[in-house]
Design a protein around this ligand. Structure first.
Ligand SMILES: Cc1cc2nc3c(=O)[nH]c(=O)nc-3n(C[C@H](O)[C@H](O)[C@H](O)COP(=O)(O)OP(=O)(O)OC[C@H]3O[C@@H](n4cnc5c(N)ncnc54)[C@H](O)[C@@H]3O)c2cc1C
Length: 470
């Protein structure tokens, strides 16, 4: 098929559950491509010699390569093409912000709609799961040394996978009773179904990865004890960013205020959390949107999002915002909280102020500026601040690592080595709250450094590592 014929194909669409059907359950909203539509969509790819999509992908997946295989119906080969670089294709295909990454850099997007790279990747990964194909590679010969991994999120799991396949036994220490980090206790199943998450994780756990649950490193065992008493030769720290950032307004300590990631962790761990009928979520990113949509599914009726800028500046993906609005969540744009109001320690609403957009700030987005005397109150049973997360420093009791001014762990940008030579770190713990793809990429590179460290080789020689810290 020539380029002109490819250009004539429209972007394929896929079915979704209607809001009425999905609103009281956690079923996946997007139903993905069909066997026919995925191949047609794959034909839209122009197979660029210098593919922008690949540059836009934090993991540097060979996107034209796997799409060409999908177009020929070679789904298994396509899956393994992605696995050359990515440990978690089924997960990334669903949750990556494609519009800012691979699809945002697709040449077809310049004059129309980009190739639906995420949905193509999703189809071929799901095909592997549904056909119960082997998703693991052969185990390496054991080399005798062992590595402790702290945290079982995408960073920890990816590091363990690469190290185990290089012949090093890994033990993952996880504070929670479940593995997966924010993939399990942050991102809800209507965006990331658990059977897909579990299948992809199961494939990473083979070949000498041991998992120890309910152990908090820093509290139950210190990092130094891992080396001196448990005989680990190196440690990888992938503890994420799990402390909700506070609004910093009066009344935030009142009953009824629940911080975003804490709320999601409670609900997604299977607990019934009654937050009342009227809920205000503060923030404009994924966490805020997930909180609002979970609150609806848990029975709240009037759910508002309060966002201090406009829809154009919202960090959440346009698809998520669309789904949120379809489900009946109202967004109060250009409004910011100034005070939680209530009586006797129990909140009854949130006082807000209207904003307008001024000149751009450091992030390039227009700065919200308060409009004087524009205060108003929204009555609410619950307020969920979901404005960002910080790294918590339990793992080293705030004593071992050098920190950036944002409280993230400072690492060497090529090797991911911390100021302690046998400890490496990656993912949200070093980037602050970011994305799964960035955690996967960094953890793979950190694992390469650990292998070199264990083998006494130069950690930097011949390496070009992407700086994803933006
Ligand atoms: C609600 C929500 C929605 C999101 N949506 C998206 C999205 O759509 N797309 C996207 O790309 N990203 C999204 N993210 C961000 C993404 O989940 C993270 O960037 C990613 O999970 C970071 O991976 P990580 O392995 O570094 O950390 P985490 O996934 O946070 O995993 C860290 C693990 O370490 C464990 N741990 C922490 N401290 C200790 C300790 N001292 N001892 C033992 N274990 C410890 C934690 O319990 C956790 O399991 C979202 C995040 C949230 C919260």
């Amino acid at each position: 098929m020539n380029a002109k014929e490819r250009m004539a194909i429209d972007r394929q669409t896929c079915a979704e559950l209607s809001p009425e059907i999905r609103i009281d359950n956690y079923d996946e909203v997007s139903l993905g491509f069909t066997h026919e539509s995925v191949k047609i969509e794959a034909m839209r790819c122009l197979q660029c010699k210098k593919p922008g999509c690949r540059q836009g992908c934090p993991i540097n997946n060979d996107i034209p390569g796997f799409i060409a295989l999908v177009a020929e119906g070679k789904f298994e080969e396509a899956y393994w093409k992605v696995r050359e670089t990515s440990s978690l294709p089924a997960i990334c295909s669903r949750v990556c912000p494609h519009e800012n990454q691979c699809e945002g850099s697709c040449i077809r997007g310049k004059k129309g709609k980009p190739v639906a790279i995420g949905l193509i990747e999703r189809y071929m990964s799901d095909w592997m799961v549904h056909h119960q194909k082997n998703m693991n590679v052969a185990c390496a010969v054991a080399k005798g040394k062992k590595v402790a991994i702290v945290g079982s999120g995408p960073a920890g799991m990816t590091a363990a996978y690469h190290l185990a396949h290089a012949g090093y036994h890994c033990t993952i220490y996880e504070a929670l009773p479940v593995i997966g980090g924010m993939l399990k206790v942050g991102i809800p199943p209507f965006r990331l179904p658990r059977h897909i998450l579990n299948a992809e994780f199961a494939a990473l756990k083979d070949c000498g990865v041991e998992i120890v649950h309910d152990v908090v490193i820093g509290r139950d065992i210190t990092l130094r004890q891992l080396k001196t008493e448990h005989d680990f030769d190196a440690v990888f720290v992938g503890v994420g960013a799990h402390s909700s950032r506070k609004l910093g307004v009066e009344g935030e300590d009142m009953a009824g205020v629940r911080h975003g990631v804490d709320y999601l962790r409670q609900v997604l761990s299977g607990n019934k959390v009654d937050i009342g009928q009227n809920v205000v979520v503060v923030g404009g990113g994924n966490v805020a949107i997930d909180c609002a949509r979970v609150a609806l599914r848990e029975g709240s009726k009037n759910v508002f999002i309060l966002y201090r800028r406009t829809i154009e500046e919202m960090p959440a993906s346009s698809e998520e915002i669309h789904h949120l609005q379809e489900e009946g969540v109202k967004i109060e744009f250009l409004a910011a909280p100034v005070r939680v109001v209530g009586d006797n320690g129990r909140m009854s609403g949130i006082e807000c102020v209207r904003m307008e957009l001024g000149p751009p700030d450091d992030s390039g987005r227009r700065r919200p500026v308060e409009i004087k005397d524009s205060n108003f109150v929204i009555d609410a049973d619950c307020v969920i601040p979901a404005i960002s997360q910080n790294v918590n420093h339990e793992v080293d009791n705030g004593q071992e690592f050098e920190l950036s001014r944002w409280g993230t762990y400072i690492i060497d940008k090529t090797t991911f080595q911390t100021n302690i030579e046998w400890i490496f770190a990656a993912g949200d713990a070093v980037l602050g709250p970011q994305t799964v793809a960035k955690a996967v990429y960094q953890a793979k590179e950190a694992a390469e450094s650990i292998v070199r460290f264990l083998e006494g080789r130069d950690l930097k020689e011949g390496r070009e590592v992407r700086d994803l810290d933006d």
